[in-house]
Design a protein around this ligand. Structure first.
Ligand SMILES: Cc1ncc(COP(=O)(O)O)c(C=O)c1O
Length: 384
């Protein structure tokens, strides 16, 4: 090959011959890892409190640890590509056929798979302002158009979302509860929306009901989303093992949908997308009712603790249905920096269009207390 034909080496990703919609993706900003803060500020790792990624403050269940220990011996082999045993457990517990289940590398994977299966340039996806950021990423990665609908009281405005559906719309994302705002839509509101979409558009528009925080809801208000999947063939419900089940580091979640949609997702899924340890741990955690109850209980107590403290500090917050609280602190970027110096990691949400707000994950009582004291100090108020 002659020298002349060798192009100059690219200096950044923008100069590569990649599609414009990939080059313009605004990357996901994860919660700051504890190790980064320790390195940057020379803090004692044991003194750092991380309330930034909506993780379970109890860690992973003992039942899952035992399952992982047993699964270690089999790691020389590929995991079960179909996740047979885990699907059986989910199927029995939720009373849904195993063939309706798609396992994901986190529920994030399910969101991506739906995007991959249904979106393309020339199609659009509808989602709410302040909704989970991955809806934007999954839409843009496919070169599809974003239809972002203004939020109502920090939550989804389902009437406006219905009205926003256009001829090229293939997907609507709904987070319930939503991240980062913690808002919740009732069963009645979600059912009505699904009925309207199905009546008007048949199966041309698929709805994703993302229930990553479902297990934190009080039983009285929890939506029977399994019944909804049985009723609507254009619905995918996604669930996560990262939150109430305490397995965020393993990456495992699942989707529920009727066979035609499940078949589409299987076509774009990596054959071994859920690793063997994750499958084993998820099976144990899904049956560990005591751990789940403890997760919900500690979360509820922590939520009361944080919200009561925000009331005392005179701070506005969005009453939460999840494992975090969105609170208004003024210059959130500056407050975040000051909290980091005190060893407290929370999540600024300026990139979500909420520059005055911080999203604070609910921790153990003492972690919440550390946050409350640090926040009071930073804001120049009494913690009381
Ligand atoms: C609303 C929502 N959906 C999905 C996810 C993805 O979680 P995971 O991939 O860990 O299951 C998250 C994670 O924070 C979330 O907040």
């Amino acid at each position: 090959m002659s020298q002349e034909r060798v192009a100059a080496a690219p200096t950044d990703s923008k100069s590569l011959a990649a599609p414009e919609h990939i080059k313009t993706i605004e990357p996901y900003i994860p919660g700051k890892p504890i190790d980064d803060l320790v390195r940057e500020l020379g803090l004692d790792p044991a003194a750092v409190v991380k309330l930034a990624s909506n993780e379970n403050p109890l860690g992973m269940p003992e039942s899952a640890k035992r399952a992982i220990e047993q699964a270690l011996a089999g790691l020389g082999r590929y995991p079960d590509p179909g996740g047979y045993a885990l699907k059986q457990v989910i199927s029995k517990r939720l009373d849904v056929p195993a063939q309706w289940i798609t396992l994901g590398n986190g529920s994030n994977d399910i969101l991506e798979l739906v995007g991959m299966a249904l979106l393309q340039p020339g199609a659009s996806a509808v989602y709410s302002q302040y909704a989970f950021v991955v809806y934007r990423l999954a839409t843009q990665a496919r070169g599809a158009r974003h239809i972002v609908v203004s939020a109502k009281d920090f939550g989804h405005d389902l009437d406006a979302m219905f009205a926003a559906i256009e001829a090229d719309t293939r997907l609507v994302f709904i987070a319930n509860p939503n991240n980062p705002t913690g808002t919740f839509l009732s069963e009645q509101a979600v059912t009505r929306f699904l009925e309207r979409v199905k009546d008007e558009f048949g199966s041309r528009v698929t709805v994703v009901l993302d229930e990553a925080y479902n297990e934190y809801l009080a039983a009285e208000i929890r939506i029977d989303s399994v019944a909804l999947v049985k009723r609507f063939d254009n619905l995918v419900v996604s669930r996560s093992f990262s939150k109430a089940y305490g397995l965020a580091g393993l990456r495992v979640g699942f989707g529920l949908s009727q066979p035609p949609l499940t078949d589409l997702l299987a076509r774009v899924r990596q054959p071994f997308n859920v690793n063997a340890l994750a499958q084993a741990a998820a099976m144990a955690a899904f049956q560990d009712d005591a751990f789940l109850a403890r997760s919900a209980q500690i979360n509820e107590a922590g939520k009361q603790q944080l919200q009561a403290a925000f009331d005392r500090l005179g701070l506005t917050y969005v009453p939460s249905f999840a494992n975090f609280v969105l609170v208004q602190v003024g210059d959130a970027s500056a407050v975040n920096q000051a909290l980091l110096k005190r060893g407290v990691i929370v999540r600024p949400v300026g990139a979500d269009g909420l520059p005055q707000w911080l999203r604070i994950s609910i921790g153990l009582p003492e972690e919440n207390e550390t946050l409350i004291r640090a926040l009071a100090q930073v804001l120049g108020k009494e913690a009381a």
